[in-house]
Design a protein. Structure first.
Length: 261
Protein backbone atom coordinates (compact mmCIF):
# COMPACT_ATOMS: atom_id res chain seq x y z
CA UNK A 1 0.00 0.00 0.00
CA UNK A 2 2.70 2.50 1.00
CA UNK A 3 4.74 1.90 -2.18
CA UNK A 4 1.62 2.87 -4.14
CA UNK A 5 0.80 5.86 -1.96
CA UNK A 6 2.64 8.52 -4.06
CA UNK A 7 0.88 7.28 -7.20
CA UNK A 8 -2.54 7.21 -5.55
CA UNK A 9 -1.99 10.72 -4.19
CA UNK A 10 -1.01 11.98 -7.64
CA UNK A 11 -4.16 10.48 -9.13
CA UNK A 12 -6.28 12.02 -6.38
CA UNK A 13 -7.48 8.59 -5.25
CA UNK A 14 -6.38 9.07 -1.63
CA UNK A 15 -7.13 12.32 0.26
CA UNK A 16 -4.03 13.88 1.81
CA UNK A 17 -5.44 13.86 5.35
CA UNK A 18 -6.30 10.16 4.99
CA UNK A 19 -2.75 9.51 3.81
CA UNK A 20 -1.33 11.26 6.87
CA UNK A 21 -3.54 9.25 9.21
CA UNK A 22 -2.86 6.04 7.32
CA UNK A 23 0.89 6.52 7.55
CA UNK A 24 0.67 5.88 11.30
CA UNK A 25 -1.15 2.56 10.90
CA UNK A 26 0.82 -0.18 12.61
CA UNK A 27 2.90 2.37 14.53
CA UNK A 28 1.86 2.77 18.13
CA UNK A 29 1.98 6.40 19.20
CA UNK A 30 2.74 6.64 22.92
CA UNK A 31 -0.01 8.38 24.87
CA UNK A 32 1.05 11.49 26.75
CA UNK A 33 -0.21 12.52 30.18
CA UNK A 34 -1.07 16.19 30.59
CA UNK A 35 -1.71 17.61 34.06
CA UNK A 36 -3.77 20.75 33.53
CA UNK A 37 -5.73 23.35 35.47
CA UNK A 38 -9.36 22.36 35.81
CA UNK A 39 -10.46 25.59 34.11
CA UNK A 40 -8.93 24.18 30.90
CA UNK A 41 -11.05 21.01 30.90
CA UNK A 42 -13.32 21.88 27.98
CA UNK A 43 -10.83 23.63 25.75
CA UNK A 44 -8.02 21.09 26.13
CA UNK A 45 -10.39 18.21 25.50
CA UNK A 46 -11.39 19.90 22.24
CA UNK A 47 -7.74 20.60 21.38
CA UNK A 48 -6.73 16.97 21.98
CA UNK A 49 -9.54 15.77 19.73
CA UNK A 50 -8.43 18.09 16.94
CA UNK A 51 -4.80 17.10 17.47
CA UNK A 52 -5.66 13.45 16.89
CA UNK A 53 -7.77 14.29 13.83
CA UNK A 54 -4.70 15.76 12.12
CA UNK A 55 -2.57 12.75 13.00
CA UNK A 56 -1.35 13.39 16.53
CA UNK A 57 -1.11 10.69 19.14
CA UNK A 58 -3.43 10.03 22.08
CA UNK A 59 -3.56 12.54 24.95
CA UNK A 60 -4.70 11.70 28.46
CA UNK A 61 -5.54 14.36 31.04
CA UNK A 62 -5.45 14.82 34.78
CA UNK A 63 -7.50 17.97 35.44
CA UNK A 64 -7.44 19.56 38.88
CA UNK A 65 -6.48 22.57 40.99
CA UNK A 66 -3.02 23.69 39.88
CA UNK A 67 -1.58 23.61 43.40
CA UNK A 68 -2.68 19.99 43.79
CA UNK A 69 -1.22 19.04 40.40
CA UNK A 70 2.10 20.74 41.22
CA UNK A 71 2.34 18.72 44.46
CA UNK A 72 1.62 15.51 42.56
CA UNK A 73 4.35 16.24 40.00
CA UNK A 74 6.92 17.07 42.69
CA UNK A 75 5.96 13.82 44.43
CA UNK A 76 6.75 11.85 41.28
CA UNK A 77 3.44 11.57 39.41
CA UNK A 78 4.05 10.41 35.81
CA UNK A 79 3.34 13.56 33.80
CA UNK A 80 4.62 14.67 30.39
CA UNK A 81 3.19 18.22 30.24
CA UNK A 82 2.02 20.55 33.00
CA UNK A 83 -0.28 23.50 32.25
CA UNK A 84 -0.87 25.64 35.32
CA UNK A 85 -3.43 28.37 35.92
CA UNK A 86 -0.73 30.57 37.44
CA UNK A 87 2.99 31.12 37.42
CA UNK A 88 3.44 30.37 41.12
CA UNK A 89 2.53 26.69 40.79
CA UNK A 90 4.74 26.28 37.73
CA UNK A 91 7.53 27.87 39.78
CA UNK A 92 7.03 25.16 42.42
CA UNK A 93 7.73 22.51 39.80
CA UNK A 94 10.62 24.51 38.35
CA UNK A 95 12.30 24.88 41.76
CA UNK A 96 12.14 21.10 42.12
CA UNK A 97 14.22 20.86 38.93
CA UNK A 98 11.49 19.05 37.03
CA UNK A 99 10.97 21.28 33.98
CA UNK A 100 12.70 20.50 30.70
CA UNK A 101 15.04 23.39 30.03
CA UNK A 102 13.70 25.79 27.40
CA UNK A 103 10.23 24.22 27.27
CA UNK A 104 8.37 26.68 29.53
CA UNK A 105 6.07 29.07 27.69
CA UNK A 106 3.31 31.49 28.65
CA UNK A 107 0.47 29.81 26.81
CA UNK A 108 -2.75 31.70 27.62
CA UNK A 109 -4.27 34.59 29.48
CA UNK A 110 -7.66 34.93 31.15
CA UNK A 111 -9.86 37.36 33.08
CA UNK A 112 -11.92 37.26 36.28
CA UNK A 113 -15.71 37.44 36.36
CA UNK A 114 -18.25 37.56 39.16
CA UNK A 115 -21.25 35.28 38.64
CA UNK A 116 -24.61 35.03 40.39
CA UNK A 117 -27.39 32.40 40.19
CA UNK A 118 -29.48 32.78 37.05
CA UNK A 119 -32.68 32.84 39.07
CA UNK A 120 -31.37 36.03 40.71
CA UNK A 121 -29.72 37.82 37.79
CA UNK A 122 -28.05 41.12 38.40
CA UNK A 123 -25.69 43.45 36.58
CA UNK A 124 -23.17 45.39 38.66
CA UNK A 125 -22.20 48.98 37.98
CA UNK A 126 -19.23 48.45 40.32
CA UNK A 127 -17.67 45.56 42.20
CA UNK A 128 -18.58 47.45 45.38
CA UNK A 129 -22.14 46.21 44.92
CA UNK A 130 -20.80 42.97 46.37
CA UNK A 131 -21.11 44.74 49.76
CA UNK A 132 -24.89 44.33 49.51
CA UNK A 133 -26.02 42.17 52.48
CA UNK A 134 -27.87 39.95 49.99
CA UNK A 135 -24.49 38.38 49.17
CA UNK A 136 -24.08 36.29 52.30
CA UNK A 137 -21.89 33.57 50.76
CA UNK A 138 -19.24 34.42 48.16
CA UNK A 139 -17.45 31.39 46.74
CA UNK A 140 -13.86 31.61 45.50
CA UNK A 141 -11.03 29.14 45.12
CA UNK A 142 -8.95 28.73 48.27
CA UNK A 143 -7.08 32.04 48.40
CA UNK A 144 -4.02 30.40 49.96
CA UNK A 145 -3.56 27.81 47.24
CA UNK A 146 -5.97 27.72 44.28
CA UNK A 147 -4.84 30.18 41.56
CA UNK A 148 -8.34 31.55 40.88
CA UNK A 149 -8.73 32.21 44.61
CA UNK A 150 -5.33 33.87 44.80
CA UNK A 151 -6.31 36.11 41.90
CA UNK A 152 -9.70 36.90 43.48
CA UNK A 153 -8.04 37.91 46.74
CA UNK A 154 -5.54 40.13 44.90
CA UNK A 155 -8.35 41.86 43.07
CA UNK A 156 -10.52 42.41 46.15
CA UNK A 157 -7.50 43.71 48.08
CA UNK A 158 -6.80 46.18 45.29
CA UNK A 159 -10.39 47.39 45.52
CA UNK A 160 -10.20 47.66 49.31
CA UNK A 161 -12.88 44.99 49.81
CA UNK A 162 -11.06 41.89 50.97
CA UNK A 163 -11.09 42.48 54.73
CA UNK A 164 -14.72 43.60 54.68
CA UNK A 165 -15.92 40.64 52.64
CA UNK A 166 -13.70 37.99 54.24
CA UNK A 167 -16.36 36.80 56.74
CA UNK A 168 -18.61 35.98 53.78
CA UNK A 169 -15.98 34.25 51.66
CA UNK A 170 -16.43 30.51 51.18
CA UNK A 171 -13.12 28.92 50.06
CA UNK A 172 -13.44 26.08 47.55
CA UNK A 173 -11.04 23.42 46.32
CA UNK A 174 -11.08 24.63 42.71
CA UNK A 175 -12.53 27.34 40.51
CA UNK A 176 -15.05 24.87 39.06
CA UNK A 177 -16.19 24.05 42.61
CA UNK A 178 -16.78 27.77 43.21
CA UNK A 179 -18.88 27.98 40.05
CA UNK A 180 -20.81 24.85 41.05
CA UNK A 181 -21.62 26.43 44.42
CA UNK A 182 -23.43 29.28 42.67
CA UNK A 183 -25.18 27.00 40.20
CA UNK A 184 -26.46 24.81 43.04
CA UNK A 185 -27.62 27.79 45.08
CA UNK A 186 -25.12 27.09 47.88
CA UNK A 187 -23.46 30.47 47.25
CA UNK A 188 -24.93 33.86 46.35
CA UNK A 189 -21.97 34.80 44.13
CA UNK A 190 -18.62 33.48 42.99
CA UNK A 191 -15.48 34.93 41.49
CA UNK A 192 -14.31 32.66 38.68
CA UNK A 193 -12.57 32.91 35.34
CA UNK A 194 -14.45 34.52 32.48
CA UNK A 195 -14.02 31.31 30.50
CA UNK A 196 -15.63 29.26 33.28
CA UNK A 197 -18.51 31.71 33.47
CA UNK A 198 -19.18 31.14 29.77
CA UNK A 199 -19.76 27.43 30.44
CA UNK A 200 -22.28 28.00 33.25
CA UNK A 201 -25.81 26.72 32.72
CA UNK A 202 -27.38 28.11 35.89
CA UNK A 203 -25.34 31.25 36.54
CA UNK A 204 -24.92 34.63 34.85
CA UNK A 205 -22.14 37.21 34.81
CA UNK A 206 -22.82 40.20 37.04
CA UNK A 207 -19.41 41.84 36.70
CA UNK A 208 -16.47 41.33 34.38
CA UNK A 209 -13.25 42.52 35.98
CA UNK A 210 -11.58 45.14 33.75
CA UNK A 211 -8.15 43.87 32.64
CA UNK A 212 -6.48 47.05 33.82
CA UNK A 213 -7.90 46.56 37.34
CA UNK A 214 -7.57 42.81 37.63
CA UNK A 215 -4.51 40.64 38.24
CA UNK A 216 -2.31 39.36 35.45
CA UNK A 217 -3.68 35.88 34.76
CA UNK A 218 -1.29 33.73 32.74
CA UNK A 219 -1.32 29.98 32.12
CA UNK A 220 2.25 28.71 31.71
CA UNK A 221 2.97 25.32 30.15
CA UNK A 222 6.09 23.16 30.23
CA UNK A 223 7.36 19.66 29.59
CA UNK A 224 8.34 17.62 32.62
CA UNK A 225 11.75 15.98 33.01
CA UNK A 226 11.80 12.22 32.82
CA UNK A 227 8.60 12.15 30.76
CA UNK A 228 7.78 8.81 29.19
CA UNK A 229 6.78 10.37 25.87
CA UNK A 230 9.01 13.41 25.54
CA UNK A 231 8.90 13.68 21.75
CA UNK A 232 5.12 13.36 21.63
CA UNK A 233 4.79 15.86 24.50
CA UNK A 234 6.83 18.41 22.55
CA UNK A 235 4.63 17.90 19.49
CA UNK A 236 1.44 18.45 21.47
CA UNK A 237 2.81 21.58 23.13
CA UNK A 238 3.82 22.88 19.70
CA UNK A 239 0.30 22.22 18.44
CA UNK A 240 -1.22 24.21 21.32
CA UNK A 241 0.94 27.19 20.30
CA UNK A 242 0.16 26.87 16.60
CA UNK A 243 -2.46 28.88 14.71
CA UNK A 244 -4.98 25.97 14.76
CA UNK A 245 -4.40 25.59 18.50
CA UNK A 246 -4.84 29.31 19.07
CA UNK A 247 -8.14 29.30 17.19
CA UNK A 248 -9.45 26.57 19.48
CA UNK A 249 -8.47 28.55 22.58
CA UNK A 250 -10.09 31.69 21.21
CA UNK A 251 -13.28 29.78 20.52
CA UNK A 252 -13.47 29.03 24.24
CA UNK A 253 -12.74 32.62 25.27
CA UNK A 254 -9.00 32.40 25.97
CA UNK A 255 -6.34 34.67 24.49
CA UNK A 256 -2.70 34.06 23.59
CA UNK A 257 -0.40 35.24 26.36
CA UNK A 258 2.25 37.83 25.46
CA UNK A 259 5.68 36.25 25.28
CA UNK A 260 8.91 37.40 26.83
CA UNK A 261 8.87 36.47 30.51
Amino acid sequence: MYRLLPVLLALGLVPLDAAVRGSTVGQERPAIMVAAAISLTDVLTAAANEYQVIGGGPVHFNFGASNMLARQIVSGAPVDVFISADEAQMDVVAKAGLIVEGSRVDLLKNQLALVVPDDRPRTFASIRELLDPAFKRIAIGDSDAVPAGVYAKQYLEREGLWNVLLPRVVPMGSVRAALAAVESGAADAAIVYRTDASTAKRATVAWLVPPERGPRIVYPAARIRGARAGVEAAKFLDFLQSDPGTRIFERFGFSRAPQGR
